[in-house]
Design a protein around this ligand. Structure first.
Ligand SMILES: Nc1ncnc2c1ncn2[C@@H]1O[C@H](COP(=O)(O)OP(=O)(O)OP(=O)(O)O)[C@@H](O)[C@H]1O
Ligand SMILES: O=P(O)(O)OC[C@@]1(O)O[C@H](CO)[C@@H](O)[C@@H]1O
Length: 305
C-alpha cells in the first residue's frame, strides 16, 4: 500500500484570466476549485493509474470538508486527522503570459493531532511506501517529515520526501526510494549552473552515492532525466498545449512511485512518470486516466550515458 502524508493540504482555487493587473479589479475567464496539497495530488494521480493509496494529513473546517468530499467522489481512501481551524486556500492565477501562485500558511496543528498521525503509521506493513510532501503548517518543526522516517523504517516500509535544499540532503542517508529535484533545485543544491546533461548526471550520481535509491531530475517542458549508477536516460515531453502545470511535479513522482511499486522496473516507472507529468501540464486539473493513456505511447526515452 502507498500512503501519502500532506501536512498542509489546500483547496486550489485555479483562475484563468487574459491578463493579471495588480492594483485593479481583474475579471476571471474561468475558475475551478480543486483538492490540493502535494501528497493529495499524488494520491489523486495514483487513483487515475488505478492504484490504491491512503491519504493521511490534517484537515479542518469547511475547506477540509470540501477536500474530503472531492476525494470521496474520486474513491481516494482518506484517513485525515481533523484539526480545529480551516484548511488553507491556495490561489493559482494563470494569464496569457505566466502562472502566479499565492499559497496560504495553513492552520495550527494541535499536538494531539500529530500524535494521531504518528499512531496511524502503526498500520504500515513491510514494503509499504510512505510519500511525504508539501509545506508545513507554521507550528510544526522543519524536521516534521524526517522525524517520521524512524517510525516508517520500524515497520520495514519505504519512504519518499519531496523536498529541496538542505532538507533534501538530510534525508539521503535514510535511503529514500526516489528523489525528484527539478534542475533548478539541483543546481542550487550544488551552488552551480549546469552547462549540459552530463553535468546534471554527475550531480545526480552524487545524490545516489549519498543514499538516494533513484534520482529523477525534472526539467519542465524539456522532460526529465533518470540517473542510475550505471546509466542515465533522457525522457522527452510529448506534443500538447500547456494549460496548468501546477502539480506536474507531484504527478511525475506519483507515476514513478506507483509503477515502481508494481513492477520494480525503474525504466517503466520513468515512462509512466513522464506521461503523468505532461498529462497534468496539459490539463486544467491533474491528469486523468484517459490523458495519461493518450500520452504514454508518445513518450520517448533515450539512453544518454
Ligand atoms: N510545459 C510542459 N510541457 C510538457 N510537459 C511538462 C511541462 N511542464 C512539466 N511537464 C512534465 O512534468 C514534469 C515535472 O515538471 P517540472 O519539472 O515543472 O516539476 P516541478 O518543478 O516539480 O513542478 P511543479 O512544482 O510545478 O509541480 C516534467 O519533467 C515534464 O515531464
Ligand atoms: O505550499 P506548498 O505545500 O509548498 O504547496 C502547495 C501546492 O502549491 O502544491 C501543489 C502543487 O504541487 C498544489 O496542489 C498546492 O497548492
Amino acid at each position: 500500500m502507498i500512503y501519502t502524508i500532506t501536512a498542509n493540504p489546500s483547496i486550489d482555487y485555479v483562475i484563468q484570466l487574459n491578463q493579471l493587473t495588480t492594483g485593479q479589479v481583474n475579471r476571471v475567464k474561468s475558475d475551478v476549485k480543486l483538492p490540493g496539497g502535494k501528497g493529495i495530488n499524488v494520491s489523486r494521480i495514483l487513483a487515475a493509474l488505478d492504484l490504491p493509496s491512503t491519504a493521511l494529513g490534517f484537515i479542518g473546517g469547511f475547506t477540509g470538508d470540501f477536500i474530503q468530499q472531492q476525494l470521496n467522489n474520486e474513491l481516494v481512501d482518506c484517513q485525515f486527522t481533523q484539526v480545529p481551524a480551516d484548511t488553507r486556500i491556495n490561489v493559482k492565477i494563470k494569464d496569457a503570459v505566466e502562472e502566479t501562485e499565492i499559497n496560504g500558511q495553513g492552520p495550527a496543528i494541535p499536538t494531539a493531532a500529530v500524535d494521531v498521525l504518528k499512531a496511524q503509521l502503526n498500520q504500515l506493513k513491510p514494503g509499504d511506501i510512505v510519500f511525504m510532501s508539501g509545506s508545513l503548517p507554521p507550528n510544526l518543526p522543519a524536521s516534521f517529515y524526517k522525524d517520521l522516517v524512524p517510525l516508517i523504517h520500524e515497520r520495514q516500509a519505504e519512504f519518499v520526501i519531496d523536498t529541496t535544499g538542505q532538507a533534501l540532503l538530510d534525508t539521503l542517508a535514510d535511503r529514500p526510494l526516489v528523489i525528484k529535484p527539478n534542475h533548478h533545485e539541483l543546481a542550487e543544491l550544488f551552488n552551480t549552473t549546469f552547462a549540459d546533461h552530463q553535468a546534471i548526471i554527475a550531480a545526480g550520481r552524487q545524490l545516489l552515492t549519498k543514499g538516494a535509491q533513484h534520482v529523477l531530475v525534472s526539467m519542465a517542458g524539456a522532460g526529465a532525466l533518470l540517473i542510475t549508477p550505471e546509466h542515465a536516460y533522457l525522457g522527452g515531453t510529448p506534443k500538447g498545449t500547456v494549460i496548468n502545470s501546477v502539480g506536474a511535479g507531484d504527478s511525475m513522482i506519483a507515476g514513478f512511485v506507483g509503477t515502481f511499486s508494481q513492477h520494480h522496473d525503474a525504466l517503466a516507472a520513468f515512462k509512466t512518470s513522464l506521461a503523468c507529468g505532461s498529462a497534468t501540464a496539459f490539463s486544467e486539473d491533474l491528469a486523468t486516466t484517459a490523458k495519461i493513456n493518450d500520452l504514454l505511447p508518445h513518450i520517448e526515452i533515450t539512453q544518454i550515458d
